[in-house]
Design a protein around this ligand. Structure first.
Ligand SMILES: Cc1cc2nc3c(=O)[nH]c(=O)nc-3n(C[C@H](O)[C@H](O)[C@H](O)COP(=O)(O)O)c2cc1C
Length: 325
């Protein structure tokens, strides 16, 4: 339901374009947390890219660099932090907080040393959501493909029983479900990097995030992969933007597939959007060039859409551009 809702939410808005603006050129450039990017579309953290292509995260990171946008490296990557970082332009490190806080600290230190410019703490996975499609096919990582940072300590992998998958069991053994707001102070002490919280939907949580010093909030329901029936990310966005006011940047992901989706998210107050699945599709079709193609399609659509809205750049998009359908 939430997977469908993420897409359907975009269909419930219409754009109200302006005319005769004398535009000769349109730029898709903007900035996020002070980082100049040429496109308000970032790469969402998603794991296991080598399931899609041999060069996995390295190819996706190169594509993001070529497109002039930010790559978010997942904790569930299938190459080492340093191997991916060597090929990336500006990049953020997505962190799952482990039960083993020493390991967590080590991951943040490695990311900082390798050049990450922010830490994205994903807060919507106290346990892995139930992925019925994965259960039906008994999903497991194929031989020769492994997550570089996730391996559960010897002996801690719980049995999966009749349902569930080995992947889910591994994650539930490693991630810490007892995480609270107070742990954010500890996380902030690990490095000088700005912290973003990913997976916030409730405006009261957004307020807490700001109070605990989060520099940006990523409104997300994990692409519909955690709590099924959770609110669509786009529907949660306006209240979060209102609660946060200008005290943090607000980003959103979930269901962004078109240039007009980007425009709608910006009109509802997002600084930029992230895309998850389209990166996998691009990788599976053509590795680095497939991901570049996905990003260039979005760039071309966004440039045309801005022109047709009478706007010269993403930073000119505001609430007056959008109406409920
Ligand atoms: C296959 C897959 C793996 C993902 N892995 C992660 C992950 O490791 N960490 C994380 O924070 N989010 C992860 N996500 C969620 C994405 O960051 C993002 O929130 C979501 O994909 C956005 O929705 P979209 O796929 O509709 O664009 C994953 C999503 C997918 C589809």
């Amino acid at each position: 339901m939430t997977l469908r809702a993420n897409r359907a939410a975009f269909d419930r808005w219409r754009l109200l374009p302006r005319m005769l603006r004398g535009l000769s050129d349109v730029s898709t450039a903007t900035s996020v947390l002070g980082q100049a990017i040429t496109l308000p579309v970032l790469i969402a953290p998603s794991g296991r890219h080598r399931l899609c292509h041999d060069e996995g995260e390295r190819a996706a990171a190169r594509a993001a660099r070529a497109a002039g946008t930010i790559y978010t490296m997942s904790t569930a990557a299938t190459f080492a932090i340093e191997e991916i970082a060597a090929e990336a332009g500006p990049w953020w490190f997505q962190l799952y907080v482990y039960r083993d806080r020493g390991l967590t600290r080590e991951l943040v230190a490695r990311a900082e040393a390798a050049g990450a410019s922010a830490v994205v703490v994903t807060v919507d996975v106290p346990q892995r959501g139930r992925r019925e499609a994965e259960e039906r096919i008994h999903f497991a990582m194929p031989p020769g493909v492994a997550t570089a940072l996730l391996a559960a300590p010897e002996g801690t992998c719980v049995s999966t029983g009749a349902s569930g998958t080995a992947v889910a069991a591994e994650i539930n053994a490693v991630f810490d479900p007892t995480l609270t707001w107070h742990d954010l102070d500890w996380l902030a002490s690990l490095s000088p990097l700005p912290i973003l919280l990913k997976g916030i939907l409730h405006p009261a949580d957004a307020l807490q995030a700001v109070a605990y010093g989060a520099r940006a909030i990523l409104v997300s329901n994990h692409g519909g992969r955690q709590l099924d029936s959770a609110v669509a990310a786009l529907d949660a966005l306006p209240a979060v933007v209102e609660a946060v006011a200008d005290r943090a940047e607000v980003l959103v992901d979930g269901g962004v597939r078109r240039g007009t989706d980007v425009v709608k998210a910006l009109a509802l107050g997002a600084r930029a959007v992230l895309i998850g699945r389209p990166i996998h599709w691009g990788l599976a079709m053509g590795g680095e060039s497939g991901v570049r193609h996905v990003l260039e399609l979005l760039r071309a659509e966004l440039a045309l859409d801005l022109m047709l809205c009478g706007l010269a750049s993403p930073v000119e998009v505001d609430r007056a551009l959008i109406l409920p359908a």
